[in-house]
Design a protein around this ligand. Structure first.
Ligand code: GLN
Length: 265
């Protein structure tokens, strides 16, 4: 009998706890500043899970190797998770979904060679920058396009919602830009003559040109930008921890080591 009472009490307590947990963790819309920021995990507690979101079609920052997502961003995230005593998991999604995924707590942080832009800063916080990105122009080897000015009047391919897409739409008009879900698809369109140029970040550009014959990267840079980690505006605690980790990884040489593993300067 006593046993039953104890069981009943602990069952009630479990239910009560579950209800509390549910109301704080589940309501990602209501923004209390403390622990309720992530629906997916306890993104700041030691030993917890740290969920990184990315679009794994962006070599050498993120790409698949033997069914595993690897690359500069994946390794930086792993190093950060280690410093925080957390276990990293990586979720692959469309680039377009990443900012919303951070906002809703589906992921704790986004590392996707993501450029800091004022528009994105309205929706998410960015960490200290960990890399520089350059928007470059890929054309076919026989192209008459030799500089950004020559893009005028041509059809440009870009990855949807990336800065390449956004800047080109601003500079040359939306009708001049065709957006593709991945950079690889944009490059494929260039090869088949559907577009005359592709504007994309320099490192993936190099990887795509290496993998596809008959393409080249123009010398003139189109835009220079900062890559940083996007984190929910409601998770200042994680932002601070990530910033501290980045600082340490810069100081102890780990960041340079990771980069030089993937990029030969
Ligand atoms: N740096 C670009 C941006 O943030 C492209 C990033 C990407 O395609 N993964 O828009």
């Amino acid at each position: 009998m006593k046993k039953l009472v104890v069981l009943a009490i602990s069952a009630i307590m479990c239910l009560a706890l579950a209800a509390c947990g549910g109301s704080s963790g589940g309501s990602s819309g209501s923004s209390s500043n403390s622990s309720a920021s992530s629906a997916s995990s306890s993104a700041t507690s030691e030993g917890g899970k740290l969920v990184m979101g990315t679009n794994a079609a962006f070599p050498p920052y993120e790409f698949y190797e033997n069914n595993e997502i690897v690359g500069i961003d994946a390794e930086i995230a792993k190093a950060i998770a280690e410093k925080l005593g957390m276990e990293l998991t990586i979720e692959d999604m469309d680039f377009t979904s990443l900012v919303t995924a951070v906002q809703t707590g589906k992921i704790d942080m986004c590392l996707a060679g993501m450029t800091v832009t004022p528009d994105r800063e309205k929706n998410v916080n960015f960490s200290e920058s960990y890399a520089t990105g350059v928007q470059v122009i890929i054309v076919t080897e026989d192209s008459d396009i030799a500089s950004p000015d020559d893009l005028e009047g041509h059809q440009i391919g870009a990855q949807e919602n990336t800065t390449g897409h956004i800047y080109c739409s601003d500079d040359y008009g939306e009708d001049s830009v065709t957006a593709y879900t991945t950079g690889a698809n944009a490059v494929e369109a260039l090869k088949t003559g559907k577009v005359d140029a592709v504007v994309i970040d320099n490192e993936p550009a190099k990887a795509f040109v290496e993998a596809n014959e008959g393409l080249k990267i123009l010398d003139t840079e189109y835009a220079i930008e900062d890559y940083a980690i996007a984190i929910s505006k409601e998770n200042d605690e994680l932002l601070e921890k990530v910033n501290n980790a980045i600082k340490e990884l810069k100081e102890d040489g780990t960041l340079d080591e990771i980069v030089s593993k993937y990029i030969n300067s």
